[in-house]
Design a protein around this ligand. Sequence first.
Ligand code: ADP
Ligand code: ZN
Ligand code: ZN
Length: 741
Amino acid sequence: TQAQLFKDQEVVSEEAGARISVLLPLPLAGPLDYRVPDDLRERLHPGVVVEVPLSGRKAIGVVWPTKGGGKTFPLGKLKPVERIIDVPPLMDDLMRFVDWVSAYTLSSQGAVLRMCLSVPAAFGEVPVKRHYVCAPNVPEGLRMTPAREAVLKVLSDGKPRMAPEVASLAGVSDGVVRGLADAGALVALDISVDQPYPQPDTAIKGPKLSGEQTEAAEAIRAVVWEGGFKPFLLDGITGSGKTEVYFEGLAEALQEKGTQVLVLVPEIALTSQWLERFEARFGVAPVVWHSEVGQAERRRAWRAVASGDARVVVGARSALFLPFKKLAFITVDEEHDPSFKQEEGVLYHARDMAVVRAMQAKCPVVLASATPSLETQVNADEGKYEVLKLRERHGVAVLPEMRAVDMRAEPPEAGTWLSPILVREIEETLAAGEQVMLFLNRRGYAPLTLCRTCGHRIECPSCSAWLVEHRFRQELQCHHCGHMEPIPEACPTCESKESLVACGPGVERLFEEVTRRFADARTSVMTSDTMMSPSQTAAVVKEIAGGHLDIVIGTQIVTKGYHFPNLTLVGVVDADLGLRGGDLRAGERTYQQLVQVAGRAGRAEKPGKVLLQSYEPEHPVVQALLTGDGDAFMAAEKTARAQYHMPPFGKLVAVILSGPEMAEVLEVGRALAKAAPVEHGVDIVGPAPAPMVRIRGQHRFRMLLHAKKHVKVQQLVRAWMMRVKPKSSVRIKVDIDPYSF
Ligand code: ADP
Ligand code: ZN
Ligand code: ZN
């Protein structure tokens, strides 16, 4: 009937535009539906940031293009959107990226969105400061005094100023300024404290590139110019000019109006040296984004990235989730670096997600490394990434000479860690007026404190780990939970005095030996304990570069990206350190790390030398370093992984269960084992104690799912987790592509 038809139509027209989905940055199943109030109907498009009611409170969310998976409520029951927040909307590519990361990592969309909205202050009022200018006309009957005249004179140039500034320029008190404003002689303006970001200058020319550099840069520039998604692997030895090459890509991308570029770096590689180089090349500082950036700066950066005002962002992995308006180019520097894997909250690998981000933004992405990860190499082998190779160091610099010191044949004296050969090399280097770097990837004084009388080892009260002695600070510290306690005078178990001994070396202990042996040398330790702030690090880097230090002892913090022209000797104190433990990636990771450390030597005119102290110099990793044949080493790694269907030739998912009660954790583990999917090409093992069985008092068990490459593990795992009733005291964490296991 006519009436029926009319009614149906009404329902349809009411539905269209009357309700929208809003994704909240919370771990919910999906976006929630809200009613669109009439006055906002025209303005509520996907991407718009809104405030909505949520169980009696208010929440910030984003109008989402896709619907929630939950129940659909009748329109009448829906709460209305409250208001639109005054920030630029999120772009489609970012929203697609959020959905993609959520589906891949099995995290909720809200948990992923939360990383995009990580700056709550960005949605508040823009902070303003009150400024004054002269009123167009002096009000009639204004009483003039010399003080007032001085104020009007200061402001006569028309530049808005704050009261204290005017007062100090005029030599009067603040009250005079405010009095004039009350009298109507001055106009108050509330001006945003945010200064716009200066724009990069793309007219500045980079250095003249070598033949192979030009070839690589041209390949990147051509694709940037054309636009569209395309991944590159920029595979160049340390010091070959990878940075100069991707700078050309940045410059090309920034030619176009309003485009933005992103450079991802491992957090600790974000060095003052890199920033200085960037500024020299582009005339401005980039926006820097990492965990140490303060709230006010984050807020300003977030808004400027969203508005398109900030053109260049250099940041750690979380910068991937910034709301770029027009992302045109991404570079991931040191793409092999393990710190790109996020191990808390949403578990993702920033290198892989950078490629996805570029795919969504339809722009090129360059993965740069001297030691590309096996995953990236396989993608390159399969033709998914175009490979650009740089085989030579820039200028006259050559790769350093590598030598192994067989510690079985050349043992150091008892209680010392430097072999006689390394000691001699250090002496010669110092005598030549050159610098030495000693690498030992162990913070603190000694990794273990042991009782000589009863054998007791001092452990963390809440982790299955030894406490590490930090002698500079006079403390024992747990490197997993941060627990600290004073170094005890007597053994906590047998109470014998003076029976506790430090076992093994850390950088502080090495420092002791070095300063004893080379008393005249100026020596410094670089670790995350001594480099507490970027400015502190920058200061030490300047000292080294300026030749004010002779010997630098450091952990992995010194391996990243530094360029010290006078550094000619690198000593690796324990080349076997990373190989113990039998992790799938132990060999690959150690190889990458040692190539990076070695790459610090001989980067300019003076040739460098690297000594690797090892008890197992025949190990393939040490051999690869000595022969310089990293390709052969990685090829052998690939073969081994392919044979066992290990990533990237197969898939792994780790399910970590943790909770305060071991029995409860195990119970959930057994339930999961019972509910495990039985499928061809899929193996599940566990629950077994996790590699760290206890962290922060939480007992940890792990299940590993190992699947052939074609298996859709996300579907499988999602269904598997649904079959087990969760227990509030036991946390279940799913790690797709776990990095270490
Ligand atoms: P990588 O990133 O591959 O380690 P860099 O880009 O840091 O290499 O280059 C190493 C050093 O050589 C830097 O000091 C860099 O400025 C310099 N360099 C590289 N290529 C050139 C070039 N074509 N002209 C002048 N200097 C260059
Ligand atoms: Zn004891
Ligand atoms: Zn601990």
